[in-house]
Design a binder for this molecule. Structure first.
Ligand code: NAD
Length: 500
């Protein structure tokens, strides 16, 4: 791939009932290739009527789909898995084009999406229930897990494929149908993959995609046929979706924003630590809910860790993610780039020491791209906004604390609890960290604590609203099914009378 990419995807249709539907709407969202700053696609705001008809179609499809035996339903997932594996490179390149992440990061994203299809295929058999003979004389009791109906899936821009796949394969594998509303900033990959659902033979209406922004989400939230919403995005929107969705008697699971701390203890092996930190803080250009954001050191190792970290960060190669050798891509939008730059100004005005400034980066091949180089602040304190608020870009705040207890105290004072990491060679320190830190995903000598698909993707405090998390584990079984109890008596009438 050269430095030029002229691929465009045009106007994106909705995918409803197996048909591609062009939506006429005054509001249209441009989709950019952020490395070039050029528009590569356009998504409409579907709004009320289009969303309502997609839900109706999904509801009709549910009536048949839910009665297909699970052993048959699972075969659609097997076929989808194979098609996604065959088309891995094409899918990954699409993700890079609309998001900007490097091709290897995009491949990692698609592989995790595939892993979720595999985990769903392996786990949907757990829809099986429980039963007891003779809970009373001649009476049996059974528990069935039954699918509920239509689920809405609403996803963020930063993982255009992976996040929808935290939900879709489990929901449909368990017998539900879905209406997916991808981010209006990165809707191309989800639109593209509808072809693979089709090729895998999913009946029309089982998986539907509607494009749009908040109006389309509101249309899902108020629709009584939508039984639940699986959401991932920022905390303010997650709170809104959770309260509005539950007020309309829906199940809601809502992953939200993050501010992740990574603590480097003096006994940590820096050969392992530095590459892990670099990938955590600057991978995906920092637009990752598991990204390191605050680097916590102790007085004994502060200078050494800071020097090595800044040395490597300053050498990262920025560019278009489809070009070989590029380490870091652009941010998603010019407005987001400006927002992250404003945070750098905030850090300066708060008195943090700027030791690496990514604002000066100039890329001759991409004069209109939304690039920001790795940025590092030192002498950050726990009361500064740059150590408390989610920046969602390649900006690291380095903080020095006296000891592990203080590190844990600072971490637990955050409103967020998505992830936290400790680097150490001490089992005692690791154990204390695991037991005391209030975060859903904890890394021990792991920079990005991303749970594999058959574990729930956890998250605490203002990083998650609800109680049943994304991905596999058992949470999906509970979220996407309802329990039905059957108590039955099959004795003959004479026996029944004689027992009373
Ligand atoms: P966002 O909240 O702006 O948008 C997420 C989705 O909500 C999009 O589909 C969008 O169209 C919709 N939306 C936006 N505003 C809305 C409104 N007012 N009403 C109804 N719907 C609305 O998030 P984003 O910028 O796309 O994604 C980045 C955020 O997602 C970050 O905060 C990041 O930490 C978070 N995130 C969290 C996780 C997790 O697992 N906790 C994973 C990935 C991303």
């Amino acid at each position: 791939m050269s430095h030029v990419d002229t691929t465009v995807y045009g106007s994106l249709p909705n995918y409803v009932g197996g048909r591609r539907i062009e939506v006429v709407s005054e509001t249209r969202y441009p989709v950019y290739n952020p490395a070039f700053g050029s528009v590569i696609a356009e998504a409409p705001e579907s709004g009320g009527d289009h969303v309502a008809s997609a839900v109706d179609v999904a509801q009709t499809a549910f009536e048949k789909w839910s009665r297909i035996p699970v052993t048959e339903r699972v075969k659609f997932l097997f076929r989808l898995e194979r098609l996604m594996s065959e088309r891995l490179d094409e899918l990954a390149a699409t993700v890079t084009r609309e998001h900007g992440k490097t091709l290897s990061e995009a491949r990692g994203e698609v592989l995790r999406a595939i892993e979720n299809v595999e985990a769903a295929a392996a786990s949907v058999y757990h829809i099986m229930g429980k039963n007891n003979l003779d809970i009373s004389e001649g009476i049996d009791e059974e528990l069935y897990r039954v699918p509920l109906g239509v689920f809405g899936v609403v996803s963020p821009f930063n993982f255009p494929l992976m996040v929808p796949f935290w939900f879709i394969p489990y929901a449909v594998g368990l017998g539900n149908t879905v209406v997916v509303k991808p981010s209006e900033k990165t809707p191309v990959s989800m639109t593209f993959i509808t072809r693979l659902f089709e090729e895998a033979g999913f009946p029309p209406g089982v998986v539907n995609v509607v494009n749009g922004g908040s109006k389309s989400v509101d249309a899902l939230l108020i629709n009584p046929k939508v039984k639940g919403i699986s959401f991932v995005g920022s905390t303010s929107v997650a709170e809104y979706i959770y309260s509005r969705g539950t007020a309309s008697h829906k199940r809601v699971q809502a992953g939200a924003s993050a501010k992740n701390f990574e603590v480097v203890m003096p006994d940590a092996d820096l050969n392992l630590v530095i590459p892990s930190l670099i990938s955590s803080f600057f991978g995906n250009a920092g637009e990752r809910c598991l990204a390191g954001s605050v680097l916590v050191t102790l007085p004994e190792n502060h200078e050494r860790v800071l020097k090595l970290f800044v040395d490597v960060a300053s050498k990262l190669r920025l560019g278009y993610g489809l070009v070989a050798g590029v380490d870091m891509g652009p941010l998603i939008r010019r407005e987001h780039l400006e927002r992250v730059k404003r945070y750098i100004e905030v850090g300066e005005s708060e008195g943090a020491r700027l030791v690496l400034d990514g604002r000066g980066v100039r890329l001759n091949d991409y004069p209109d791209g939304f690039f920001l180089g790795p940025t590092v602040f030192d002498e950050v304190s726990a009361d500064m906004r740059i150590s408390r608020e989610e920046i969602f870009g390649p900006v690291a705040s380095v903080m020095t604390v006296r000891n592990l207890d203080e590190a844990i105290e600072v971490i637990n004072s955050s409103r967020f609890g998505n992830a936290a990491t400790i680097f150490t060679s001490s089992g005692h320190h690791a154990r204390e960290f695991v037991s005391q830190v209030e975060a859903g995903n904890i890394g021990v000598n792991i920079g990005v604590a991303a749970p594999i698909a058959f574990y729930p993707f956890a998250g605490m405090k203002d990083s998650f609203f609800g109680d049943l998390h994304a991905q596999g584990g058992d949470d999906h079984i509970y979220f996407y099914t309802e329990r039905k109890i059957v108590i039955s008596r099959w004795g003959n009438a004479k026996q029944i009378v004689s027992t009373h």
